[in-house]
Design a protein around this ligand. Sequence first.
Ligand SMILES: [Fe+2]
Length: 273
Amino acid sequence: MVDLRDNSGLDLKLDIERPRLIFGEDIKFSTPAVRTIDQMKEVLLDKDIREPVELYYMYRDIHKTTDSPILKEHKLRFDVTVIKSSHLGREFMKTAGHYHPGSFGELYEVVFGRCLCLLQRPDSEDYRVIKEVILVEAVQGQKIVIPPGFGHILINPGPDCLVTSNWVSGCFSSSYELYREAKGAAYFVILPDNTSEGMTTPGLKIKINIIKNQQFKELARIKFAKPAGEIKRFSLMENNPIYNIINRNAQALNFLNHPLDYEYNDIFIYTDT
Ligand SMILES: [Fe+2]
């Protein structure tokens, strides 16, 4: 059992074997939505794999019961996602991927484990033309701002399970269709094997291989990045969980409901060599 209180800002424990969350008494939560391999078939590189049956668990709209009014006032939702440490055939374990309607962004934090976040910005006229791709490498405590216009998947490179939390506007539902139609993200991130050269990521030094998704007409090259340490206007501070922002400085989360009123040019530090 891993105590996630200091990392998440909430009274949470991780039952690492199952893996599932255990909530303290003052937390409002519901049973998680489970993403299964059947639901993921279309976005996998290896479509015939059957295991693991359950991939990740989405705990949506969890918060301290006393915080319900402030979340409602600011039109925000807080989620926690638990992603198994396994792989999907040749691919690293990943989420299905989605876009947000309009220009809504998102704010993630790595609560436990290691994370690769693959961001892609499609052309406004053609979703099969990808103008920008960023692979963000992050570890426990680091925050990832998803800027407006970017679809995203989370990848768990292991060896532990990955737990992320996120703040997001409560005013929309995610849109999974374009990832399904494109049969996955712009690139597949796979485990290296003996037949291919592969590469080592600049940040976390993870050995990976990258395959282009042939469904796309044009793909920008991948830029590697890590999250900026502190971003004052979003109240992001190292070693301070994003959950606490709602009580410390809720205005700083306004960018989630008014994304185009803000700048995003300093959210990543590019690490390409
Ligand atoms: Fe999202």
